[in-house]
Design a protein around this ligand. Structure first.
Ligand code: ZN
Length: 219
């Protein structure tokens, strides 16, 4: 089995992921608190999986959840970016899956431990093909997207439901890190996350971006 990242049309620098950015998703996981600032974690770029590649269930978790998300590609370097300028730092957008081992994550959360085992395992970042972004053509504050499994709708979201809109995310991240070309940002998932079963076909779709799918190897 070869888990290496595919030949990408861009050189990835880092993968930032935003947690808890849709209130209905916070509720479905039993949470009550809306974060006061964006929740950030990271995945290694080698975990990127191209559309059409086969995913494999990690051996150390039981509940592999799909989290469909809008994903941004940063196109130029920036630090302490102003909200009004934030969208000009995005060169392309796509959809991706922030795959999560929910049972492992719950255990880690309870123990107050880091999330890596539940979020940063091999193949944890299926990523669609990036589409060039221009603020004039695409409204990132009103972007519909969905996720279905074996043809059944599981998640639908719109970026206007985000707790921290995309411009705010870029502003916050750039206060903490110098954003660089090749930085990839997963922007959080709406409600409807659920476990995947061996053999499942997962599809993410947005009329503006396109659709991408992955299959989970059968047991
Ligand atoms: Zn997520």
């Amino acid at each position: 089995m070869n888990f290496s990242a595919h030949n990408l049309a861009f050189t990835p620098n880092r993968i930032f992921c935003i947690g808890k950015n849709y209130s209905e998703h916070i509720k479905e996981l039993g949470g009550t608190q809306i974060p006061e600032e964006p929740v950030v974690f990271m995945k290694p770029v080698c975990n990127i999986v191209a559309p059409g590649e086969t995913l494999h269930l990690p051996s150390f978790g039981n509940e592999l959840h799909h989290e469909a998300e809008v994903v941004l590609l940063i196109g130029k370097e920036g630090k302490n970016i102003l909200k009004a300028d934030a969208l000009s730092y995005i060169s392309a957008i796509t959809l991706g899956l922030d795959l999560t081992l929910r049972d492992v994550q719950n255990k880690l959360k309870k123990a107050g431990l880091p999330w890596e085992l539940s979020k940063s395992f091999e193949q944890s970042a299926p990523l669609g093909i990036f589409k060039d972004y221009s603020p004039k053509k695409i409204d990132l504050d009103n972007l519909f997207f969905s996720c279905s499994v074996n043809g059944n709708l599981r998640q639908k979201g719109n970026t206007r439901e985000m707790i921290f809109p995309i411009a705010n995310l870029i502003q916050a991240l750039s206060n903490w890190w110098t954003l660089k070309p090749g930085d990839v940002i997963f922007t959080g998932t709406p409600a409807g996350v659920a476990p995947l079963q061996p053999g499942d076909k997962i599809e993410v779709e947005s009329p503006v971006i396109g659709s991408f799918s992955w299959s989970l190897a059968s047991a």
